[in-house]
Design a protein around this ligand. Structure first.
Ligand code: XLS
Ligand code: NI
Ligand code: NI
Length: 442
């Protein structure tokens, strides 16, 4: 990957990040992520397929409900929206190539700005997509997935595809159509729908049945449009239970899969699982990964971490090696990613204002995943972890248990079997043993 610097070098004091190994104490070097290191037949780069999130990294200046942004991005200084957007893209490609991450993800408005009507966004997006095509070619960086931001602009305050006003719904369609076009033009292998305001604030003013059907109709239309225009990649829904709405329809993996089946979308859609969304739904990240993987719907992940003392989507960079090891165990058992990857949907804290903080945060997150990959691979290959789980179900491997799984028994057969075997033995679930095993391999 060539380091790509535009007209201005934005990260002057930082050069290409290199792998120095686990004994390094250099915060600006990789300790575990060695992109060429082969693990179980694939390089780390191929396993992890890291992506930088355009929105948090190049757009999010740190504002929160109690105060404005704290970061003054030099690329935002240009007098007009289009120039600022172009400079932002220069900064983005410089950052991504210095970090050595192979992919990025974006919303239409991250690259083109959210000012004006949806047709103003359309015009700017066309210019920026052309620029991105050139920069991708020159750097080798690729688009993992694209999406449309149809939740920030005030016009979407009551939702996008679930808005009670058809005029708003049709404005959202303009953005989604254009974002699908942009994703196709940039060779993105995924297109994500995160339904930020597709939910309700109050049941009193909401026809939930109508809204869910509208969402299904809208997604079928978007899918058909994409397929007709050459999008061969994966459509993804990113579940989240709430925030900014009180209730979001795409609550969690299992809810989304039920919706996809009901709406005739299951063949084209997979799930994009985000860590902090899982925990907001009252689940662990590993649980959400497992539910998606069991249905062969694990498409991609948004990596971050929540704060266990706070109840909202804090989108911090992942550092918890135990939690990420549990996640990598699920990802490896599911066979890894095909066209998905690990997108850092994470942001710096409001008071992390040094330029190097952006690099350190990503390096630390990448190292956490790389290290977890090595540990998980070791556990699966060299420990009794999988074997112990399989053995718990061995009574279904032959005899009556085997017949039961294949639907060959009646209730009366179960009755007769119980009579024959009598009171069953107690068998330990060995939870503490397995938890200890993971710690041991870490
Ligand atoms: C917000 C979501 C969002 C999606 C993309 O909570 O994580 O950032 O990933 O729209
Ligand atoms: Ni996300
Ligand atoms: Ni999120």
């Amino acid at each position: 990957m060539t380091v790509l610097i535009g007209n201005t070098e934005y990260f002057k004091n930082i050069s290409k990040i290199t792998f120095e190994g686990k004994d390094s104490k250099n915060p600006l070097a990789f300790k575990w992520y060695d992109e060429n290191c082969v693990v179980n037949g694939k390089t780390m780069k191929e396993h992890l397929r890291f992506a930088v999130a355009y929105w948090h990294t190049f757009c999010g200046a740190g504002d929160d409900p109690f105060g404005p942004g704290t970061k003054q991005f030099p690329w935002d200084a240009a007098g007009n929206v289009l120039d600022a957007a172009k400079n932002r893209m220069d900064a983005a490609f410089e950052f991504i190539t210095k970090l050595g991450v192979p992919y990025y993800c974006f919303h239409d408005t991250d690259v083109a700005g959210d000012e004006g009507s949806v047709f103003d966004i359309e015009k700017r997006l066309a210019v920026l997509v052309e620029k991105a095509q050139q920069m991708q070619k020159a750097s080798g960086v690729k688009l993992l997935w694209g999406t449309a931001n149809v939740f920030s602009n005030p016009r979407y305050m009551n939702g996008a595809s679930t808005n009670p006003d058809f005029n708003v719904l049709s404005n959202a369609a303009v953005q989604v159509k254009n974002a699908i076009d942009a994703t196709i033009a940039l060779g993105g292998t995924g297109y994500v729908f995160w339904g930020g305001r597709e939910g309700y604030m109050s049941l009193h003013n909401t026809n939930t049945k109508k809204e869910l059907d509208h969402m299904g109709q809208f997604l079928r239309m978007a899918r058909d449009y994409g397929r007709q225009h050459g999008f061969t990649g994966t459509f993804l829904i990113e579940p989240k239970p709430m925030e900014p709405t009180k209730h979001q329809y795409d609550f969690d993996s299992q809810t989304v899969m039920g919706f996809l089946e009901k709406q005739g979308l299951a063949d084209d859609f997979k799930i994009n699982v985000e860590v902090n969304h899982a925990t907001l739904a009252g689940h662990s990240f590993a649980h959400e990964l497992r539910m998606a993987a069991d249905a062969q719907k694990l498409g991609s992940i948004d990596a971050n971490k929540g704060d266990y003392q706070n109840g909202w989507d804090t989108d911090e960079f992942p550092t918890n090696i135990y939690e990420v090891t549990e996640a990598m165990l699920e990802i490896l058992q599911a066979g890894g990613f095909s066209d998905g990857g690990i997108n850092f949907d994470a942001k710096l804290r409001r008071n992390s204002t040094d330029v190097e903080d952006m690099f350190i945060a990503h390096i630390s997150g990448m190292d956490t995943f790389a290290r977890a990959l090595l540990i998980a691979d070791d556990i699966l290959k060299n420990s009794p972890y999988l074997d112990m789980r399989n053995k718990r179900y061995s009574s279904f491997g032959s005899g009556k248990g085997f017949d039961f799984e294949r639907g060959k028994l009646q209730m009366s057969d179960l009755y007769a079997h119980a009579l024959e075997v009598g009171e069953p033995e107690l068998r330990s679930g060995k939870q503490e043993y397995l938890e200890q095993l993971i710690s041991t391999y870490i």
